[in-house]
Structures are given as structure tokens and as C-alpha cells.
Design a protein around this ligand. Sequence first.
Ligand SMILES: *[C@@H]1O[C@H](CO)[C@@H](O)[C@H](O)[C@H]1NC(C)=O
Ligand SMILES: *[C@@H]1O[C@H](CO)[C@@H](O)[C@H](O)[C@H]1NC(C)=O
Ligand SMILES: *[C@@H]1O[C@H](CO)[C@@H](O)[C@H](O)[C@H]1NC(C)=O
Length: 135
Amino acid sequence: MKSMSVAMKYFAFLFLTILFTISNAGPISATMQKRDVFVPPITNPTNATVWNSGEVQTVSWDTSAAPVNITNKFGRIQLRQNGNTFPLVLADGFDILLGSYNITVPLLITGVYELVLFGDSGNFSPDFTINGVSE
Ligand SMILES: *[C@@H]1O[C@H](CO)[C@@H](O)[C@H](O)[C@H]1NC(C)=O
Ligand SMILES: *[C@@H]1O[C@H](CO)[C@@H](O)[C@H](O)[C@H]1NC(C)=O
Ligand SMILES: *[C@@H]1O[C@H](CO)[C@@H](O)[C@H](O)[C@H]1NC(C)=O
């Protein structure tokens, strides 16, 4: 991803600007916090993970402590940085009991991110690195 054109960098900048603008408006994460039963810990990515924009990568989580009756069995995966959850949805509507799901890493500015797995509630991965375009 080293030889990104100026146009691509500009696109990534616009994209992130829009994401932050929307996520700072707030309503998305506020509504998500209300459901709270099953919060499976994310097992991948770890703090040693490095992903590249455009790659298909596997998000995994531990379902061993799942309650018998899950209030919301559908999962959703988003990204987060500096406490802001991006509205971009990487995957949605999958069975939270699957334990893993493949996503395509979006085009982002290279940096440290967290994944959020929403089901009944939101659970964060550790900080990990995504290599995209340089700022
Ligand atoms: C990364 O995770 C490993 C295993 O959980 C842990 O031992 C280590 O302290 C972590 N490193 C950082 C920088 O958080
Ligand atoms: C799960 O739901 C079923 C059907 O509604 C109910 O019979 C059962 O008692 C519930 N189990 C638990 C552990 O809540
Ligand atoms: C998920 O992605 C991994 C890594 O690219 C790949 O090996 C695996 O076959 C994919 N699984 C599915 C169900 O697409």
C-alpha cells in the first residue's frame, strides 16, 4: 500500500472525515449500550495483529460462556479509534454463536484501531494495527 496516488489519499481523508463527523454525532453507540447480556471476548485481532487495507481477515471471539437464551443473537462488527466507533459496518446480521466471521479490512489511514463486536452489547478488541494509506 506504499504507492497510493494522491487521489486515493484524498479519498481516504474524505472518508475518515465523514466517519468521524457522523460518529461524533453520537446516536449509534448510545442505542447499542442498552442491550446487555452476552458479551463474548474477541480473540482475534490481538494486540500483535497487523492487517492491511483490502485484505480479507478473520475476526474471532469466544462463545464458550454464551447463555442459553441470547437476547440478540445477531452480531455486527465495526471499528473504533480513540473512543469513537465508526458508523461503517464491516459485517452485520451474522449468528453471534459462529465464533468467527470474515471481514474485508477497509481503506483507512495507517494507525492503531480496535474492533467492536456488537451483539447484546459491544465488546472491544485490543488495539491493533491497520496499514492503509499514510496521512
Ligand atoms: C499483548 O497480549 C499479550 C497476551 O495477552 C500480553 O501478555 C501482553 O502484555 C500484551 N502486550 C501489550 C503491549 O498490551
Ligand atoms: C430459555 O428459553 C426457554 C424458552 O423460552 C425457556 O423454557 C428456558 O427456561 C430458558 N432458559 C433459561 C436458562 O433462561
Ligand atoms: C476467511 O478468511 C480466511 C483468511 O483469508 C480464509 O482462510 C478462510 O477460508 C475464510 N473463510 C470463509 C468462510 O470465507
